[in-house]
Design a protein around this ligand. Structure first.
Ligand SMILES: Nc1ncnc2c1ncn2[C@@H]1O[C@H](COP(=O)(O)OP(=O)(O)O)[C@@H](O)[C@H]1O
Ligand SMILES: [Mg+2]
Length: 276
């Protein structure tokens, strides 16, 4: 079953064409690594799949129909995270507030909601965050909490926009493994954007590589090649494989690493849409 489909879709932001006449189909349960240089359109594509940016031409279909804003079957972790309004709340209450679409200060959480939240936190190796106040958490811990929040409510499609930013190496691995496990078990389709391919190599089913207004979807072996990436980057790219890693090089420079050194804050979108 096709979960996300682009049918000759062109996506424009102002006068800029971010994606030109692109067709692709993503199936149920696929884990897709969304890659490409800074500004390639990873965030824009996710926003288009959410129905926030209608295609200038062609069609985008999610679950076989035009995407509906606020579809509870889609869960989205934006690249630019919400500023958390009340740091005194505990992890459990923070997630519970999103389950019911309520704000803060819930008088009580239904037993079954509490159990579901505890189970999800446990699944992603963050059980200890349930009872701790947000004020007490590191950036990485808050991010794991947001990840748990994205998994609550049985989504069928998970859009994670650079969820690894601000996590250290170990927690990046924990987060990837947790998403992989939960999504495999539940058959959730995942679009997971990242700076670096290598972190996702053991996890992704296919890679969606964006660049220069184009997108190529395929296996790593099909997509991460010198000819394909040279076209997407508009530069001479070499793909170097060593030690189970893949390095995308341009004139002796690792483009995935150097491209994103100053991209830890992302764009100033005002979209903080979690479902519910
Ligand atoms: N609100 C906007 N208006 C016009 N252009 C934008 C806007 N937001 C992003 N862009 C541009 O669209 C392109 C794609 O951006 P983005 O989707 O954020 O890329 P990525 O997530 O891959 O870094 C970039 O050139 C960016 O500068
Ligand atoms: Mg982005």
């Amino acid at each position: 079953m096709t979960i996300v489909e682009l049918d000759h879709a062109t996506i424009r932001l102002g006068s800029r064409t971010v994606l030109s006449d692109t067709s692709l189909a993503i199936g149920q349960g696929e884990f897709i690594g969304v890659l490409g240089p800074n500004g390639a359109g990873k965030t824009t594509l996710m926003r288009a799949i959410l129905g926030l940016i209608p295609p200038a031409s062609g069609a985008i279909r999610v679950f076989g129909r035009a995407p509906e804003r606020g579809d509870s079957a889609i869960s989205y972790l934006p690249q630019v995270r919400t500023v958390l309004p009340d740091l005194r709340v505990r992890g459990l209450d923070f997630i519970a507030s999103s389950v019911h679409g309520e704000r803060w200060g819930l008088p009580s959480i239904a037993r079954k909601d509490r159990d579901a939240i505890d189970a999800t936190l446990h699944e992603i190796g963050a059980a200890d965050l349930a009872r701790r106040p947000l004020s007490d958490m590191s950036g990485g811990e808050r991010q794991r909490l947001l990840l748990a929040q994205a998994l609550i409510g049985a989504p069928r499609l998970l859009l994670l926009d650079e969820p690894l930013i601000s996590l250290d190496q170990r927690h990046q691995e924990v987060a990837i493994e947790a998403v992989r496990k939960v999504c495999r078990e539940r058959g959730i389709t995942v679009l997971f954007s990242a700076h670096e391919l290598n972190q996702l190599l053991g996890t992704l089913d296919r890679v969606l590589y964006l660049g220069g207004g184009h997108a190529v979807l395929g296996t790593v072996d099909e997509v991460v090649t010198a000819p394909v990436l040279s076209r997407l980057y508009g530069a001479d790219i070499n793909v170097v494989r060593a030690d189970g890693h893949i390095f995308v090089m341009s004139r002796g420079r690792d483009v995935e690493r150097t491209d994103h050194l100053h991209d830890h804050h992302g764009h100033d979108h005002d979209d903080h849409h979690h479902h519910h």
